[in-house]
Design a protein around this ligand. Structure first.
Ligand code: NDP
Ligand code: GDR
Length: 363
């Protein structure tokens, strides 16, 4: 039986990956942080009491800022595969806590790689590093001839998060080259799901759309509506992580859908799923989105009601304007083909949030 260790197991991707590996027959270990309130909601459904027989999913307290604890856990479980998904992953928040992000997202990766080396596991333990499209920074001149970012495009990070992740990217490459480790970077473009953190823009939008339709919220305040992202589904993307560790040679791969959508278009798409048509007017900070038509009699929204407004508090000091990835290498070498596009991703998120808030309303 293969043994996997997941950092960030309580996060969006960690929870889907843990489910996926358990289904494949792995023994799965996860590192969770001690918190004053519960932070395991996304994995509670797969957790079983350690006193039961044959438990395949085990949690360990730990933190990427603590080498001693990482070394001890890795020594104890001798993993075949490590998935380093733990990170302070919010780009806007990284401007507020840049040193912490460097420590967790940057040096945290080094701590794991060093733990593998110190324990003499360089030929046994494979490692996946959660790299990101934020490395590219969205500079138009750095796209390839076909207009995409791919594995050869230059990096130019535009946030403390991106800068920390670029260190993690290169130190992973360096340990692969220096010590012959099986270490891979997945350069993943944005991926979302009903389990997406509530302050990332897609989830913020689908939650607000559901609440506004149900009369539980008045207005959704957003930042830059012109930014464009290449959005896929987390369930598809965690499979790519696993595939990267099953190859003959460790390599780095872009994982993306190859399509890009603006924040404004995503807002329109989300409300349209509920039968609510929006119309936008005004410029920059004065832009508003109003109800143009509502075809769903369940939702009582007056025509002309302003439900989308801009609050510059959500603008970033430096923005990544446009991301679009070329997944050709992953398609051909890994055989990875995503099942979701942005439309059915948005539909699934809306359906899940409507269900969630209908239940809240009834209680
Ligand atoms: P989430 O924010 O949902 O999850 C992050 C996880 O990291 C949580 O389990 C969190 O724990 C944990 N964590 C945070 N700080 C520490 C720390 N100091 N020590 C140990 N664990 C910590 O992120 P996602 O699941 O969306 O993303 C997974 C990884 O992929 C991240 O590294 C992210 O940067 C990267 N990525 C994500 C993309 C996306 O679009 N989702 C795209 C590209 C890369 P807790 O629950 O306690 O907060
Ligand atoms: P991103 O995701 O920064 O791409 O990082 P996020 O959803 O936070 O922002 C996407 C774009 O939406 C614009 N935006 C807003 N964003 C948020 N969060 N809240 C708002 O109100 C809002 N209004 C507009 C942003 O300016 C931005 O342009 C995600 C994270 O998962 C990273 O960890 C990961 O590495 C990258 O995706 C790929």
């Amino acid at each position: 039986m293969k043994v996997a260790l997941i950092t960030g197991v309580t996060g969006q991707d960690g929870s889907y990956l843990a489910e996926f590996l358990l289904k494949k027959g792995y023994e799965v270990h996860g590192i969770k942080r001690r918190a004053s309130s519960f932070n395991t909601q996304r994995i509670d459904h797969i957790f079983r009491d350690l006193h039961e027989n044959n438990v395949k999913f085990k949690l360990h307290y730990g933190d990427l800022t603590d080498s001693t604890n990482l070394i001890r856990i890795i020594q104890e479980i001798q993993p075949d595969e490590i998935y380093n998904l733990g990170a302070m992953s919010h780009v806007k928040v990284s401007f507020d806590s840049p040193e912490y992000v460097a420590n967790t997202d940057g040096i945290g990766t080094l701590r794991l790689l060093e733990a593998i080396r110190i324990l003499g596991l360089t030929q046994k333990t494979k490692i996946y590093q959660a790299s990101t499209s934020e490395l590219y920074g969205g500079l138009p001149q750095n796209k390839n001839a076909e207009g995409f970012y791919d594995e050869t495009s230059p990096f130019y990070p535009r946030s403390p998060y991106g800068a920390a992740k670029i260190y993690a990217y290169w130190i992973t490459v360096n340990y692969r080259e220096a010590y012959g480790m099986y270490a891979c970077n997945g350069i993943l473009f944005n991926h979302e799901s009903p389990r997406r953190g509530e302050t990332f823009v897609t989830r913020k939008i689908t939650m607000a759309a559901a609440k506004i339709a149900l009369g539980l919220q008045d207005v959704l305040y957003l930042g830059n509506l012109d930014a464009k992202r290449d959005w896929g589904h987390a369930k598809d993307y965690i499979e790519a992580m696993w595939l990267m560790l099953q190859q003959e040679k460790p390599e780095d791969y872009v994982i993306a859908t190859g399509k890009t959508t603006s924040i404004r278009e995503f807002v329109i798409m989300a409300f349209a799923e509920l039968g609510i048509e929006l119309e936008f007017s005004g410029e920059a900070e004065n832009e508003v989105g109003k109800v143009k038509h509502c075809s769903n009699s369940e939702y009582q929204l007056p025509i002309g009601k302003e439900i989308i407004c801009i609050d510059p508090i959500y603008y970033r000091p430096t923005e990544v304007d446009l991301l679009i990835g070329d997944p050709k290498k992953a398609n051909t070498q890994l055989g990875w083909i995503p099942r979701y596009d942005v439309k059915n991703l948005c539909k699934e998120m809306i359906e899940s949030d409507v269900q969630l808030f209908k239940k809240d309303k009834e209680e």
